[in-house]
Ligand binder design. Structure first.
Ligand SMILES: [Fe+2]
Ligand SMILES: [Fe+2]
Length: 318
């Protein structure tokens, strides 16, 4: 019981299914209106097994067009089984990412409860903590035990970021930029999801996430950004933006996992067919607009100067 977990809580284990706390958790979630009972599985956040995303008979929740794979020759030439496998891997990756983002969200909001400077701010964060717990519970129903985060650069970045003791950095990077980004990410996931229940679930997160983002914007408005915080924000965002500049790496990794090792030339071709520059370009544009804030002019200027908002061409993505 003395193990010190990081704030993001990525390594927090789940309790056994028969543990009494599950019943208390279910009734608490129900009271909050989150636990809508079974979606074909337990919905208890415990050791999960079969569900709609991992069932071999149901189609992957996102199809080829969502990932732009319909334009990729090695994908369109693949057998139906291989195509399904690639889509399943890509879809699973999206769900796993959401699992960890919501898990980190609980830790982040709890930290902000303690950092709050007014009663109302503390109340908001306490309520947001409940939002993220409810989102997390709902995502758990669609996911079997997720992979460890070690190989996911974004999750490792998020895990380190949440440990920051600088409230200005947390507010701007996590709540203004990442929650804003998460909002549009969930919107597009909800819109393109072929699984009706999952689509509705994702859609139901949007209002909460938009309040999380708006609170970040409102609080950041009132802050005097010190030059030390400003520098940390610039460095942090530059490394985050680079993960976007390099294009849809996980899609290429999924192809490689199913089709076997790819040469550098093959990868460049795939990034080109995925239209990585357009894809990353529009994401970077959205991120830039999220960062456009009167208190963040210098931050934006510096990132502009570094070219952080320019997507990499296919050759540079490999
Ligand atoms: Fe959330
Ligand atoms: Fe959130």
């Amino acid at each position: 019981m003395n193990i010190q977990h990081k704030t993001a809580g990525f390594d927090l284990p789940h309790l056994q299914e028969q543990d009494k706390l599950h019943r208390l958790l279910s009734s608490t979630l129900l009271k909050k209106g989150g636990d809508k009972g079974d979606k074909g599985d337990k919905g208890d956040g415990g050791d999960k097994e079969a569900n709609s995303s991992s069932s071999p008979t149901s189609p992957p929740p996102w199809d080829a067009t969502h990932f732009n794979l319909h334009n990729v020759e090695i994908f369109t030439d693949a057998t139906a089984n291989e195509q399904a496998e690639i889509l399943q891997l890509c879809s699973c990756g999206l769900l796993e990412e959401s699992y960890f983002i919501e898990k980190a969200g609980m830790g982040y909001m709890a930290k902000m409860v303690l950092l709050a400077e007014t009663t109302e701010e503390r109340m908001l964060y306490a309520l947001f903590c409940g939002d993220e717990a409810s989102h997390f519970d709902q995502i758990c129903r669609f996911l079997s035990t997720p992979e460890p985060v070690a190989n996911n650069l974004f999750l490792r970045f998020l895990e380190d970021l949440i440990e920051s003791q600088d409230k200005t950095v947390l507010l701007f990077v996590l709540q203004v930029v990442l929650e804003g980004w998460g909002l549009s990410h969930y919107r597009s996931l909800a819109k393109n999801c072929v699984d009706k229940d999952m689509g509705l679930m994702l859609h139901s997160f949007l209002q909460d996430e938009s309040r999380h983002h708006a609170t970040g914007v409102t609080l950041f408005d009132r802050i005097d950004v010190t030059s030390s915080s400003q520098n940390t924000i610039i460095e942090t965002l530059a490394s985050f933006l680079q993960m976007v500049q390099v294009g849809p790496q996980s899609v290429v990794a999924a192809i490689e996992k199913v089709k076997g090792d790819l040469s550098r030339q093959q990868k460049v071709k795939i990034f080109a067919e995925l239209d990585t520059e357009t894809h990353s370009g529009s994401r970077l544009k959205l991120l830039r607009s999220l960062m456009s804030h009167p208190n963040a002019e210098i931050i934006l200027q510096q990132l502009d100067q570094r070219g952080s908002f320019h997507p990499f061409p296919p050759e540079k993505c490999v």
